[in-house]
Write a protein that binds this ligand. Sequence first.
Ligand SMILES: [Zn+2]
Length: 155
Amino acid sequence: MPPPPRFAADEMLGSLARWLRIMGYDTTYERDRGDEDILRSSKEEGRILLTRDEELAARGALTSLYILSDDLDTQLRQVVDAYGLSADERMVRCTVCNGELDTAPKESLRGQVPDGALENNQEFFKCRGCGKVYWKGSHWNNIRKRLDSLRAQSD
Ligand SMILES: [Zn+2]
């Protein structure tokens, strides 16, 4: 299997970047950076540039994708179809900083997450980059729903 694609999302695509991270794809979010800079770093890092800027996409040639829509579901659909991504959540990337997540023993997290969350969940993950703690709490149902609907459309 080829390694999974890595992405760089331009500043118009913050939500898309977050959702690609939820699906486990290494995705940087390029804010406050010039076009030249973004093109150079995505090329150096082997990232596919996702952009709402048609001209920038054209300059990135084969290693960029011009995102057609402002609608998040349509954007996700476009990227999933273009690169054959799997619409599963993998809990391996921080949605905030794109850092990698490690599983974290429950007892090490007392005081860092609400007691209720500690009691009701078994699996916890912590970001190596920013320290944010994750668990599959109630908001997870919403994530599942969106990914399920994405998958349903591919069948
Ligand atoms: Zn993080």
